[in-house]
Design a protein around this ligand. Structure first.
Ligand SMILES: Nc1ncnc2c1ncn2[C@@H]1O[C@H](COP(=O)(O)OP(=O)(O)O)[C@@H](O)[C@H]1O
Ligand SMILES: [Mg+2]
Length: 243
């Protein structure tokens, strides 16, 4: 899904969380969005998913202006996301975590005729993220890294064209993080456009085709991972801060 952000500004009182950001990303691949804490990464994702309104500027997804659309409308266009703070129904099974949002979205009744097919689709998604064997366990009893996968499965169940991930690697071990990053690259290989927001740089550089560096709400640099790493402004403002 093609993303076009034009001169976007989000203001919270005196804080300009997103400050005249312009960026463009063609369909497909992984777009890495990095920057120090408070740079405006989450706010930009919120704007892309319709949760936060722009003060000025515009956002187009696949050529459609979503600047003033509500989150439900944006999600119907094929946008799904995960949150910086894990959002999983701990007291539901892993399978139901994926099924319940589908039932709500498609108004499929729990005992209706489409139930078997829905289950099969949900199991396919669990399989895709590698947690099918945990389908019947309560999500809250799983290790943190697996719960992160449940959250990802819930987002994928919406069959998104654009997947927005807010610090999905936070709290994962190096090995888990590496696997998760590879999974994001695989999803992009399936044709889903992935926006990967991360505080931790190295894994993002490894799987992204393009990087946008935010600093204090503004775009500091854009380019391939190699270009961004070599950029003196980036090194000064971000990579050099001993992260
Ligand atoms: N709802 C809000 N109300 C007021 N200020 C906010 C709100 N959300 C974010 N901010 C401020 O906007 C700036 C960017 O925050 P955020 O987008 O969360 O950055 P990041 O995700 O890059 O760490 C920060 O200064 C933060 O304190
Ligand atoms: Mg954030």
């Amino acid at each position: 899904m093609e993303i076009e952000v034009a001169d976007a500004t989000v203001q919270f009182g005196g804080v300009r969380a997103v400050d005249h950001v312009t960026l463009r990303h063609d369909s497909g691949g992984v777009l890495g969005l990095i920057g120090p804490n408070g740079a405006g990464k989450t706010t930009l994702l919120n704007a892309l998913s319709g949760v936060t309104r722009l003060k000025s500027g515009s956002i187009r997804l696949c050529g459609r202006d979503i600047t003033r659309r509500a989150p439900e409308q944006v999600s119907r266009l094929g946008v799904a996301r995960t949150f910086q703070n894990l959002q999983v129904f701990g007291s539901l099974t892993v399978l139901d975590n994926v099924l319940v949002p589908r039932w709500v979205r498609r108004r499929v009744h729990r005992s209706g005729p489409r139930r078997a097919a829905e289950r099969q689709d949900a199991m396919a998604v669990l399989n895709r993220v590698g947690i099918a064997e945990h389908a019947d366990r309560l999500a809250g009893t799983l290790a943190y890294g697996l719960q992160r996968r449940v959250e990802l499965a819930r987002a994928l169940a919406a069959e998104p064209q654009l997947l927005l991930l807010d610090e999905p690697l936070a709290g994962l071990s190096r090995v888990e993080g590496g696997r998760a990053a590879q999974l994001f690259a695989d999803l992009a290989g399936d044709g889903i456009t992935v926006v990967l927001v991360e505080h931790d740089v190295s894994s993002v550089l490894a799987v992204s085709q393009r990087i946008v560096v935010l600093d204090r709400g503004a775009v500091l640099a854009t380019g391939t991972p190699e270009e961004v790493v070599a950029d003196p402004a980036v090194r000064r403002a971000y990579l050099g801060e001993g992260d």
